[in-house]
Design a protein around this ligand. Structure first.
Ligand code: NAP
Length: 303
């Protein structure tokens, strides 16, 4: 049985696809109020996928109101909510439980690995795009891929090998930390600028100018200190900017919705790792200070 923790866009995308594949799965909700909302809506999810419109009946329960042990836990909260959410159901985990973390950025993953030494903890990098136009509704806007790996570089677990790749388009990655680091570097160079200048991805170079080049150069050095090849990072970042020119980054969307951003787990993580490794990162630091100031002016959490 799969348990999916977090009934937001990505959690719903996972539960919808697992359920469509006929797998035994359950959605874990924050509290009784959330459960009542689901029950009042007949536990129905309206799922708009590239294959068409689907109406699904989702099995759900409050995360910390059951005694049933959890064997496979897919964690789909935002990075800053991971530890609290996991602690709330720690009593349901056994030493055989496995945890799959879907968060963007870095930092939360290492916290979980450290806090749950008895469980196998896997990390994922997700390129799907999903959003909720309204409660009980989910739009799978962009079909992507999920790279999954073990930071301890152990082989893929049995349950994953049995997970039909037509249901969840996953691939095993031997280098999941490097994958997450590279994604973090791309996000660091684009997302905070979109927040700071309230602009689309494609408008970042014109607003940031040489500041963008300085950030990319610092990120290249930072990746190199992590043992990650980054000669083509500049090209990759500009490719992403071109391909997603009209997109509004998740950080900018969070800003507009008045939600807490994942800045601390993206740019904040890069800056603290740079400091830790003795890599000078004045342009990234300046960007972190400026974005924090912007968030604080708007009354949003800055950490
Ligand atoms: N959406 C995407 O397309 C996408 C793509 C790639 C990666 N990601 C990454 O996936 C992660 C999740 O993103 P998202 O867009 O799905 O975020 P989201 O829509 O905000 O969903 C997060 C969900 O977690 C729930 N949650 C928070 N704390 C909880 C707790 N203690 N117990 C139970 N549930 C809890 C939230 O409930 P409340 O609403 O009650 O707070 C919310 O439903 C992020 O790290 C994001 O960067 C997302």
């Amino acid at each position: 049985m799969f348990h999916v923790l977090g009934a937001g866009s990505l959690g719903l995308l996972w539960i919808a696809r697992l359920q469509q594949a006929g797998l035994d799965c359950r959605l874990l909700l924050r509290d009784q109020a959330a459960l009542q909302r689901w029950q009042a809506a007949g536990n129905q999810l309206h799922f708009t996928a590239p294959s068409g419109q689907h109406q699904l009946c989702i099995n759900s329960e409050v995360a910390a109101q059951s005694d049933t042990p959890i064997s496979i836990l897919i964690v789909a909260t935002k990075a800053h909510a991971v530890m609290t959410a996991l602690e709330s159901l720690r009593y349901r985990l056994t030493s055989a439980s496995q945890i799959l973390l879907l968060q963007n950025g870095l930092g939360a993953q290492q916290q979980v690995t450290q806090a749950f030494p008895e469980q196998r903890v896997l990390y994922a990098s997700v390129t799907d795009g999903a959003w909720q136009p309204a409660p009980q509704q989910l739009v799978w806007a962009g079909q992507g891929q999920t790279l999954i790996g073990d930071p301890a570089q152990q082989p893929a677990p049995h349950w994953l090998l049995q997970l039909d790749q037509r249901a969840i388009n996953w691939q095993w990655s031997e280098q999941i930390l490097a994958v997450l680091w590279r994604k973090l570097a791309v996000n660091c160079a684009i997302n905070p600028f979109t927040l700071l200048f309230d602009c689309s991805n494609g408008e970042v170079p014109q607003h940031a100018g040489v500041w963008l080049d300085q950030c990319i150069a610092e990120l290249q050095v930072l990746l190199a200190t992590q043992g990650i090849a980054a000669q083509d990072l500049d090209q990759q970042i500009h490719d992403v900017i071109r391909r997603t020119a009209s997109n509004s980054s998740s950080m900018r969307q969070d800003l507009h919705a008045g939600r807490r951003t994942e800045l601390a787990y993206i740019l904040g993580y890069a800056c603290s790792e740079a400091q830790h490794s003795g890599v000078p990162a004045p342009a990234l630091e300046r960007l972190l200070t400026a974005t924090r100031q912007r968030l604080s002016e708007l009354g949003l959490p800055v950490d």
